[in-house]
Design a binder for this molecule. Sequence first.
Ligand code: ADP
Ligand code: MG
Length: 348
Amino acid sequence: MSEIILGILGGGQLGSMLSVAAKKLNIKTVIYSDDQDSPAQNFCDEFIFGEYKDTNQILNFIKKVTVVTYEFENIPFETLNEINKLKTVFPKPSINRLIQHRLAEKDFVNKLNIRTTRYVSVEKKSDLDSLDDFLPGILKTTTMGYDGKGQYIIKNLDEINNLKIDFSKEYILEKLVKLKKEISVIITRFSNNKYEIYEPIENTHEDQILRKSKIPADINIKLIEQSKEWSIQISEELKYIGTLCVEFFIDRNDNLYVNEIAPRVHNSGHLTINAFNVSQFENHVRAVCSLEQIPLKKLHNAEMINLIGEQIKTYRENSDLKDNQFFFDYLKREIKDKRKMGHLTILR
Ligand code: ADP
Ligand code: MG
């Protein structure tokens, strides 16, 4: 077989971990990012810096690779579409366009008869006046949000005037769910009815940022089955190729809701590196590069802790880890508040 070179758009920690997984499979990676300081340049074979709309640089990238994927969803659709004319992009650009828009994403999920939170589109400030029914709620930008960025919790209408909300952007207002738990399901789809699915992962968020993930999730069998079934349905409907993550809410009455879909490998799946025979990253590379599908086997229970901002420091200074502990440093140049700097996985 001729050599495969995997192109990855996006140069964060997910790109790094994809590169590491690819290397293990003898696949070279070329990463393209609009951030000159991208941590993934420490892990890939070649790094290209450029804006996502820089046609010349993108063309230069396309020439070097066999197949293209992406590690974060906020890449202009036009860029993915143009690339796809010359080299295959997995997952398909149309999937990315659908999922990067919170309204389109939720409409799609509801059409499958899968429950989401109640939501409504908000185009201007005065729209909110009649939306009492959705409060307490959470106002989110329809595009470009991550780690709780662009989100406002709104308890009552009076509060809105005190929040500095930029109404030149489009929003979605979601009714707040009284959360009992959050889980995610990661699935890698290879082709029709061929997929590998990981068991649900239980997630804890702090300030809308993922703090911890663990398996097994402490939920009943019905929720385990339902969340897996919905994830399979979503990935089949999208005719998805690669790794996808579905984030779920569970309310106090054990109702399951899809929160959002990530058309990529996911932070909650970092524990798959150490806890399974094949990680979410390796599975993604296998699927998008049309390599062999290997039956998934769990090796350990596990917990993953995100190291955010200054929390990385203790681990950088003291690498005295036990045999069941695995520390990952994303090698980001600058420590910033709320920035994911690394993680620790503990096998149980
Ligand atoms: P992001 O794209 O930033 O991950 P999410 O929509 O997943 O945005 O929101 C981040 C977190 O905020 C969720 O994991 C959850 O903890 C909380 N959250 C978001 N929407 C709701 C909601 N409708 N009800 C309750 N909690 C929510
Ligand atoms: Mg989320």
